[in-house]
Ligand binder design. Structure first.
Ligand code: ATP
Length: 306
């Protein structure tokens, strides 16, 4: 389990993290989302002891990363798909990593097998596609069989097959009881991959919830069109709906679903000309949540332009 407690990080005058707190639980895939510059990489780097927080702390199973004696056995991370030297073979790259952590070659062979790179184990990394390099990164993260796995933007630039592979790999790692945290700035990619989402903007936590909860919460309304809308409205209100008339004579109905509205109209012999359920996509919700933070960054970049 990862616990982030009131993390604040300043880079000079930039407040990258502002009292950020959250928990990441085992057995689930958790997405760490936020627009560019929101503070995701900074947070991951602090969790991994690569940056020092200005204040607050990040704990992995109750310890700071720099207090963990055999880190590769407890935390596996992929921050950059290009971390491996292009002149080395996949096997050599992993073998070096393994040796420095007291891990044997049999484990190297096993993780190469696990990520589907066994057939190219002795090929140079320089000739690998992004998808293969990403698999190699994950193989490195899995070397020590860690309970916690952190990935920074793992699906960035991958093709559909690569994304599908990452998704199923992360799901099975979580199903084994591991804590899996991955960052992304794209909700669309995360919606089908993660169970939980942590959304940040301007270094602050905006939302911590499950994907299912987020979908339910933001299910929107039904747009109803009827030549006798004025008669239909009180009937729907009587069913517990909240009904608002639009300027062009439609009804926006919240609280009852489209079939219920249709049935009520038939019972009252009121003709219906349109019945449109409108649910926000997770992407809409995410963009709405983070728009202020994104605008702030865009404005900031605009301001420094010559
Ligand atoms: N080493 C650094 N020195 C100065 N400022 C930094 C440094 N690292 C990050 N920042 C700033 O801190 C803020 C958070 O950056 P961070 O890279 O953590 O965001 P992010 O959410 O990972 O963004 P992205 O999706 O673009 O990678 C940004 O304003 C960034 O410019």
């Amino acid at each position: 389990m990862i616990v982030v407690k009131e993390l604040t990080k300043r880079y000079g005058s930039t407040l990258a993290l502002d009292q950020l707190s959250f928990e990441v639980h085992p057995g689930l895939v958790t997405g760490f989302l936020g627009p560019n510059g929101a503070g995701k990489s900074t947070t991951l780097r602090i969790i991994l002891g690569l940056h020092r927080p200005t204040s607050g702390e990040a704990l992995i199973d109750n310890r700071r990363y720099d207090r963990i004696r055999r880190p590769l056995h407890e935390v596996g991370a992929v921050l950059d798909a290009d971390a491996a030297h292009p002149g080395r073979t996949a096997f050599h790259h992993l073998a070096c990593l393994a040796r420095s952590n007291g891990i044997g070659k049999a484990r190297v062979t096993a993780v190469l097998e696990q990520v589907g790179l066994a057939s190219v184990a002795h090929k140079r990394v320089g000739g690998f596609s992004l998808g293969m390099r990403q698999r190699l990164g994950i193989a490195g993260a899995l070397l020590g069989d860690p309970a916690v796995i952190l990935l920074d933007e793992p699906v960035n630039g991958l093709d559909a097959a690569g994304i599908r592979w990452i998704r199923s790999t992360l799901r099975s790692l979580a199903a084994e009881g591991r804590t899996v945290l991955l960052s992304s700035h794209l909700m669309s990619e995360m919606a089908v991959t993660v169970d939980q989402v942590l959304i940040i903007g301007r270094g602050r936590l905006l939302e911590a919830t499950s994907v299912t909860e987020m979908r339910d919460r933001f299910e929107r309304d039904v747009l109803v069109r009827s030549p006798r809308a004025a008669e239909l409205a009180p009937i729907l209100t009587g069913l517990g709906a909240s009904v608002t008339a639009t300027k062009d004579g439609g009804l926006v109905v919240v609280g009852v679903d489209a079939p219920t509205i249709g049935d009520a109209a038939v019972t009252a012999s009121i003709p219906i000309h349109g019945l449109t359920p409108r649910s926000a996509t997770l992407e809409d919700v995410y963009l709405e949540m983070t728009s202020e933070a994104a605008d702030y960054r865009a404005a900031e970049k605009e301001a420094v332009r010559p």
